[in-house]
Design a protein around this ligand. Structure first.
Ligand code: URA
Length: 453
């Protein structure tokens, strides 16, 4: 360490609402990475940041320090674009978006995460395909990307190791929901992948970490600003997460729904958001005149089947059994299902999306503690969505569970009908928009495009 500060003084400064300097922040993060700063000191600083915030300069400084705590890749061509989501329930867009963009010529370096709390993880889901390798060295990642155009791997210890430590501490110190800390966590990893542009899907609603739209907007702004300071082209899409995206929740079930979507038979909300995200990637890559033009191009490769073939190639190149595309029985499946039936006539007006996500975790589809092993087969299908008309006795959701889990499925079914899925006599006046806001900023251009829908 070049200059020596005092961890105590830095924590005290932030506790007393003072601004930290770039040098103080990078000294602290370097110390954490090398083991010279104790976890309890980092935890105290995290709580001070959570309570008193970080301004734009401090957010850039912590992102920079976390980014350079590990290896940093840098691709020089504009066509290297990634997409990332802040996390949600049933959010499986990566499996559709990456092949759509890659089939249009975008190079997609995707380093994804595992499930977190009530939200599912891309890496867990893809691992339900037998043989699919998500642990690849960074050198092989670059080689595969250059040759094949799309790679999907899990977080490696070579990328932003400071985030790994900080994330684990935030998880147990109630400091997750902080805009500067989420920005630094996501952006340090995304920037290290070396993509020239990033499309960020920022979720809002009761199934998202940023439940309030005003907070989602602040997070989008913070992420865009940070990306621009690192010379990246940025698109932020704020999308609704007040119900699961698509119908399937659970690892194998979500892979099947993604393949169905690539076969043009997917749910409309999932298809719409995937096309928008892929269209954004194609636009940022310079392969479309506008976001709208990017969406048209993505639709073309969806219709032609080229994106489905890209997904097949991706599975093949990463050692997975691509026969799952034509034969879903090759994916882990449960022996039983349990139907959750409506208790009355009416319209679905509200869902507790976070609670629904937690039901999947309870069945074994997510982790309650880090050592838990994921059960790829379990989950549920939402047979009804927000705004749908239902009749008493109609199926609201179908739980996929093992024979031994029937009692749990029954309890989950009761929770769904009594608390998590609200049925009211009158229809919602207007259904929430799925895509709430799109903003694009090019690093080299000053023009901002905002689209509110
Ligand atoms: N995803 C991340 O990687 N980090 C956060 O802080 C939140 C979501």
């Amino acid at each position: 360490m070049k200059q020596t500060f005092s961890a105590y003084n830095i924590i005290q400064k932030k506790r007393d609402k003072e601004k930290l300097t770039k040098d103080e922040i990078s000294w602290f993060i370097e110390g954490l990475t090398s083991g010279e700063i104790a976890d309890y000191q980092m935890s105290a600083l995290l709580m001070a940041i959570y309570l008193n915030g970080f301004d734009k300069d401090e957010t850039i400084a912590i992102t920079d320090a976390m980014l350079y705590s590990g290896k940093v890749l840098n691709f020089s061509e504009q066509i290297y674009i990634d997409k990332h989501s802040t996390g949600g329930v049933g959010d499986k867009t990566s499996f559709i978006v990456a092949p759509l963009a890659a089939a249009c010529g975008v190079k997609v370096p995707m380093i994804a995460g595992r499930g977190l709390g009530h939200t599912g993880g891309t890496v867990d889901k893809i691992e339900s395909i037998k043989g699919f390798k998500t642990e690849i060295s960074l050198d092989d990642f670059v080689k595969l990307l250059k040759e094949r155009g799309v790679v999907l791997i899990g977080q490696t210890s070579e990328i932003a190791p400071a985030d790994k430590k900080i994330y684990a501490l935030r998880d147990v110190t109630a400091t997750i929901e902080s805009i500067p800390l989420i920005t630094a966590s996501i952006m340090s990893k995304k920037l290290a992948e070396g993509a020239k542009g990033i499309v960020m899907d920022i979720k809002t609603g009761n199934g998202a970490f940023m439940a309030k739209l005003s907070d989602a907007k602040k997070l989008a702004e913070s992420i865009r600003q940070t990306g621009l300071r690192f010379d990246k082209n940025m698109m932020t899409i704020i999308s609704d997460m007040s119900e699961p995206l698509g119908n399937a929740v659970g690892n194998s079930l979500e892979i099947i729904e993604s393949i169905e979507t690539l076969k043009s038979r997917g749910p409309t909300d999932l298809t719409e958001l995937s096309l928008s995200l892929a269209g954004g990637m194609i636009y940022l890559a310079g392969l479309a005149k506008s976001h709208k033009d990017g969406i048209v191009k993505a639709q073309t490769v969806l219709d032609s089947g080229a994106a489905l073939e890209k997904f097949r190639e991706l599975i093949d190149h990463q050692g997975g059994d691509s026969r799952v595309i034509d034969d879903y029985t090759l994916l882990p499946q449960t022996q039983s299902t349990y139907e959750v039936k409506a208790q009355k006539n009416g319209f679905v007006t509200k869902m507790d999306c976070k609670a629904l996500g937690m039901h999947c975790v309870r069945l074994g589809g997510g982790r309650q503690k880090t050592s838990d092993v994921i059960d790829f087969a379990v989950g549920f299908i939402m047979n009804k969505k927000l705004g749908d008309k239902v009749k008493k006795g109609e199926v609201l959701a179908t739980i996929h569970c093992h024979d031994s889990q029937m009692a749990i499925a029954k309890e989950i079914g009761e929770a769904m009908t009594k608390k998590d899925i609200t049925i009211a006599a009158t229809k919602l006046r207007s259904k929430k928009k799925l895509i709430i806001e799109v903003q694009t900023k090019f690093a080299t251009k000053t023009k901002t495009k905002t689209k509110k829908r």
